[in-house]
Design a protein around this ligand. Structure first.
Ligand code: S3P
Length: 169
């Protein structure tokens, strides 16, 4: 039974790489944000507005516990998921965790055009966004780096590096 959790900041390529990776190795793919949206019939943005960030984190926790029981899956988690409750321990217990490590400069270039559906980033100027990313990474890295595998994903365009390390097929 294979269960892989992909972790990393927003814009680190969890969904894009995760989908390609899952297809390549014949596993199902689940994006935790999409799973939440389907279960709650609401967008992540709407849940943030209605319940605030703490409320969203509780929802995210519950949904993580659900998907953490699925088998033969690649699960892309939301950027904040590993950093709340004991989510990181749960993921390490339930499967193989993979951190896609992307430098702040690269994240900034990816995220400056993609803030609209990410409530945490909305309304920030480019300068604010830059320093926000740097600070957030400092806080979140201690969680992300508890992952079993860490890849420098600044230029990780293909999934073969992950495939050969995580699943020796
Ligand atoms: C968040 C990341 C988002 C989403 C929510 C909060 C975060 O997921 O869960 O907007 O705190 O980093 P992605 O990393 O998939 O964009």
């Amino acid at each position: 039974m294979i269960r892989i959790f992909l972790l990393g900041y927003m814009g680190s390529g969890k969904t894009t790489l995760g989908k390609a990776f899952a297809r390549e190795v014949g596993l199902s793919f689940i994006d935790l944000d999409w799973y939440i949206e389907e279960r709650y019939h609401k967008t992540v943005r709407e849940i943030f507005i209605e319940r605030g960030e703490n409320g969203f984190r509780e929802v995210e926790r519950q949904m993580l516990l659900e998907v953490a029981e699925f088998e033969n899956v690649v699960i892309s988690t939301g950027g904040g998921a590993p950093c709340f409750f004991d989510n990181m321990e749960v993921m390490n217990q339930k499967g193989d965790t993979v951190f896609l490590n992307v430098s702040p400069g690269v994240l900034f270039h990816r995220l400056k055009v993609a803030t609209h559906n990410r409530p945490i980033l909305q309304g920030k100027t480019n300068e604010e966004l830059k320093s926000f990313i740097v600070e957030a990474l400092e806080k979140r890295k201690p969680f992300y780096t508890q992952a079993k595998y860490i890849f420098n994903a600044d230029q990780l365009e293909n999934i073969y590096q992950i495939k050969s390390s995580v699943i020796a097929l």
